[in-house]
Design a protein around this ligand. Structure first.
Ligand SMILES: [Fe+2]
Length: 271
């Protein structure tokens, strides 16, 4: 893994998508992925849902981060890392029901993004599923002004029980439905792909938070979300989200999934 060839987010194209998987560029931005009316309807749809609240990790090496409160619907594999796969699959089914009203009120960002990806690759673009055909979850919608501590996401280390654990590279993408305009709320990526040595079969890496020593001296890239935009980045690079300093009555509302590139080049989405 080398240095990024550019320190700017690139438009989505077959070339930039391949460069992002190969970690030759820091990020891809799709401006105007959703229009203002769709963003408003998405945020309002989310506010009508009953959100679950979790506390993130406390990183003692970064005094600005206390345990961050995140309100969300949908799910992440993270919550199921020590549970049987059936629990994750059952929860994935329930989470599709949970997010359906938000998509119905506005639009389905996952379907729209998969369409954009299909314009870029010849291979299959699909929501990941287990060998029996049960679909994985592919939605987490978060409302949080409190940030996320430094961490990285890479299924081969973190999700040995999932079919995506054989992916050779992994991206994360966020659709930003609502963004407070003031200071903070930005995301910083560090070009220092996470590596971890498994000691025994099935062992799962702890990744949240990662120590800052993991990114010392690395190239970094910071972006500020804009309402309606999608930003994709290589999630194996450690990344952190800074707390919103001036909410101005708004929430930082983002929908995300991962995109794994399988050994045969297929792209599988999950959360
Ligand atoms: Fe992440």
């Amino acid at each position: 893994m080398g240095t990024w060839q550019s320190n700017e987010a690139q438009p989505l194209s077959p070339e930039s998508l391949d460069a992002l998987f190969s970690n030759r560029i820091p990020a891809i931005r799709i401006p105007g992925f959703a229009n203002p009316a769709e963003c408003r309807a998405f945020a309002e749809g989310l506010r009508r849902c009953k959100l679950r609240v979790v506390k993130g990790a406390t990183d003692h090496s970064a005094p600005s981060f206390e345990a961050q409160k995140i309100a969300f619907i949908g799910l992440t594999q993270f919550e199921f890392k020590y549970k049987p796969i059936e629990d994750y699959l059952d929860a994935a089914e329930a989470s599709r029901t949970e997010v359906a009203p938000v998509f119905a009120a506005s639009f389905n960002p996952v379907e729209r993004l998969m369409g954009r990806l299909r314009d870029c690759v010849e291979s299959e673009v699909a929501i990941a599923s287990d060998p029996g055909g049960r679909a994985y979850s592919a939605t987490i919608i978060r409302s949080s002004n409190e940030g996320l501590a430094l961490h990285a996401d890479f299924a081969p280390y973190q999700a040995p029980q999932l079919t995506v654990s054989d992916c050779t590279a992994q991206l994360a993408w966020n659709f930003y439905a609502e963004v407070p305009g003031g200071a903070g709320g930005h995301t910083t990526l560090h070009n220092s792909p996470w590596s971890w040595q498994r000691n025994r079969d099935g062992e799962i890496a702890e990744n949240y938070p990662l120590p800052y020593s993991a990114v010392e001296g690395a190239q970094s890239f910071t972006f500020r979300p804009e309402e309606g935009d999608v930003v994709l980045f290589n999630s194996r690079n450690p990344h952190e989200v800074f707390p919103v300093a001036e909410p101005n009555g708004k929430d930082r509302i983002a929908m995300a999934t991962f995109i794994g590139r399988k050994p045969n080049g297929d792209l599988h989405l999950w959360s």
